[in-house]
Design a binder for this molecule. Structure first.
Ligand code: CO
Length: 621
């Protein structure tokens, strides 16, 4: 039995592609950027049985136009099928690969490589990155990729091992030709790139086996997951990757909704080196490429440990042919140490409960980097969101006596750039019902005086952010600031609106100038917290089509409407900035780095909702 929020099936993807090929009026060269479920709105879900719709986006190189609309899979019709004026579809995997091949075939590029002593192109990697929008007249309105070049190491296991500095073919992906070769001068090639596979591995690691003799404690029906008191649906999109829907927690026999839809909606990696062509490096991995199409097929025992449930995902290639990613989403339980404990030192007696969390995760390999998106559900009603980043830091070639001014010397002749990984998570909230409000909580020291004679008083200031222009906030360590989403229509046992609080973790702010090309396109990254009133077409914080866009779209533009957030369908956006100056220890491959934040119940329950977790059995203790 299909649920209206289930991702498109193989057949549905093929049918949507056929419908557009047949009725979309595009040339035979047109290719598919996106074929994904067009999700029904909450009201349609509530009415039941909404039609199966696909959102389809195509790029037609014949006309240079991007088209999108809705394929009605039941009626066999296209709806709102339109040329999106000024938009550039994302660069999909097929086009990304093609861009590199076009550059490699150009005699000017071959000559520039020869100048650097590279004659055999077999080990050369040329990546066709989105060029961004730098106001270069010859690039305006064209589908431009700005290429970055690398040479594989001799061990053969690292295509990014030897950056070819200062050489940047500029490719027109529509006309399939090199329009220019930016060469900022020869830098000697780094002598050799280290292998990431060493032969002398340590030999003192004993087996660690996780057994669940009675199986897992979750159940899965299609894409519906139940675990402990949690319930949610697992979704997928070629652009966003893993999506979670209808997250709720059962409380005294009643399922209480918390978040209707949660996703990693955009990410941008601004690099901080202004020299040569490195200033062009600022990848919007979601909006320019698509995180979902690059999900890894995960392997038991390697990527995942324990009793795993895998979800396969169906995406498509640029011809619209369905493609399966086996084991794309991993779900399992993890022991997470102590949940709570109390020792009665007066009468004696210890009560201790062990914490177990449910982990839903996916890994996405985008070029040199691997991003893991991990969603944790805890027995006490907490939801954790964690990004893991690994892979190979992006570097450039450097002369031995040059200072690594905008990065770190990670190997002889290689500087890895200072950069940031900025993620925007979107949460369509429904805390105990569809109408919510947003508050900010700050703490302050009370001035010493008659009300605070001993200088210890801490004042709590909670204020509503009632409109969108107020709800654009940054973290404040001095105020121990956080934000809450409350339901003013549902009061808890103490007469207060029930709520969930967003607890920021480690974070940073951007260094890119707000008026720089990347700053204009990623306006969302200048605030850690945004709240907007729900609108069906406001899914991506840098706008729907950030590729080559001049900027200003998305959250900054929508928030200009200054819509009410008081007792409305509220959407919360959290910006997580991982500031990264690579270390020599991040080379030749970076151990996972972690960044996280949490949603925690805050007056949602009357007391600790995990009191009823059983004590571990004596046999285990
Ligand atoms: Co990094």
């Amino acid at each position: 039995m299909k649920h209206p929020l289930d991702p498109l099936s193989e057949t549905e993807i093929a049918n949507a592609a056929a419908l557009v090929r047949g009725k979309g009026g595009l040339s035979g060269q047109a290719w598919f950027e996106t074929i994904a479920l067009h999700e029904p709105e909450k009201t349609e879900l509530a009415r039941g049985n909404p039609p199966r719709l696909a959102f389809v986006c195509c790029y037609d190189p014949g006309s240079g136009q991007t088209w999108d609309g809705i394929a009605d899979l039941e009626m066999g019709a296209l709806r709102n099928w339109r040329h999106v004026v000024g938009a550039q579809a994302r660069i999909v995997a097929g086009e990304f690969a093609m861009g590199g091949e076009i550059a490699k075939a150009d005699p000017r590029v071959v000559a520039a490589l020869a100048l650097r002593g590279i004659i055999d192109l077999g080990d050369v990697l040329i990546e066709a990155w989105s060029a961004g929008n730098f106001g270069v007249a010859s690039e305006e309105g064209e589908r431009i990729a700005y290429c970055h070049c690398f040479l594989r190491n001799t061990a053969g296991d690292n295509p990014y091992a030897r950056p070819i500095a200062n050489l940047h073919p500029v490719v027109d992906l529509r006309r399939r030709l090199v329009i220019r070769v930016d060469d900022f001068g020869v830098v000697p090639l780094p002598a050799e790139g280290a292998s990431i596979n060493v032969s002398a591995t340590r030999n003192d690691l004993k087996p660690l086996v996780i057994t669940q003799p009675d199986g897992p404690s979750f159940t899965v029906e299609g894409n519906l997951v139940r675990w402990q008191k949690w319930q949610f649906r697992v979704g997928f999109h070629v652009r966003d990757g893993l999506i979670l829907h209808m997250i709720g927690y059962e409380d005294e026999g009643r399922l209480r909704p918390i978040i209707h839809r949660a996703s990693m909606a955009e990410m941008v990696v601004p690099y901080g080196d202004p020299r040569g062509g490195a200033f062009r490096r600022n990848a919007f991995d979601t909006g320019e490429y698509g995180v979902g199409q690059f999900l890894d097929s995960l392997t038991l025992g390697c990527d995942c440990l324990g009793h795993i449930h895998y979800f396969d995902c169906w995406h498509h290639d640029w011809l619209g042919a369905p493609k399966k990613i086996e084991n794309a989403i991993c779900m399992h339980e993890e022991d997470f140490g102590i949940l709570w404990k109390f020792t009665d030192t007066v009468r004696g007696g210890v009560t201790v409960k062990r914490s177990r969390r449910l982990v839903v995760s996916s890994l996405s390999t985008i070029g040199n980097y691997v991003y893991g998106f991990f969603w944790y559900f805890y027995q006490d009603g907490t939801i954790g969101i964690e990004v893991k980043a690994t892979g190979i830091p992006l570097g450039t070639g450097a002369k031995d006596n040059d200072l690594a001014r905008y990065g770190t010397r990670v190997a002889p002749g290689i500087d890895a750039h200072v950069h940031q990984h900025v993620f925007s998570f979107r949460f369509d909230m429904c805390v105990d019902g569809p109408r919510n409000a947003v508050t900010e909580v700050n703490f302050a020291a009370v001035p010493v005086g008659p009300d605070n004679p001993h200088g210890n008083a801490i004042r709590t200031d909670e204020r509503k952010l009632t409109r969108e222009k107020e709800a654009q906030r940054v973290m404040d360590l001095a105020a121990a600031r956080y934000w809450r989403v409350i339901n003013p229509n549902k009061l808890n046992a103490y007469g207060e609106p029930v709520g969930y609080k967003l607890v920021p973790g480690s974070n940073a702010l951007p260094f890119s100038d707000p008026n720089s090309p990347v700053g204009r396109r990623a306006g969302f990254m200048y605030k850690h917290f945004w709240a907007t009133q729900y609108a069906a077409d406001e899914l991506y914080p840098a706008g729907w089509y950030p590729n080559l866009h001049e900027g200003g779209d998305g959250l900054p533009r929508w928030s200009e409407k200054n819509r009410s957030l008081d007792n409305e369908n509220v959407v919360v956006w959290y910006t997580l900035n991982y500031h990264h100056l690579p270390r020599p220890e991040d080379w030749p491959v970076q151990p996972c780095v972690y960044a996280s934040f949490h949603w925690m119940p805050s007056g949602f329950f009357a007391s600790n909702p995990a009191l009823d977790v059983p004590s571990p059995s004596a046999a285990c203790c």
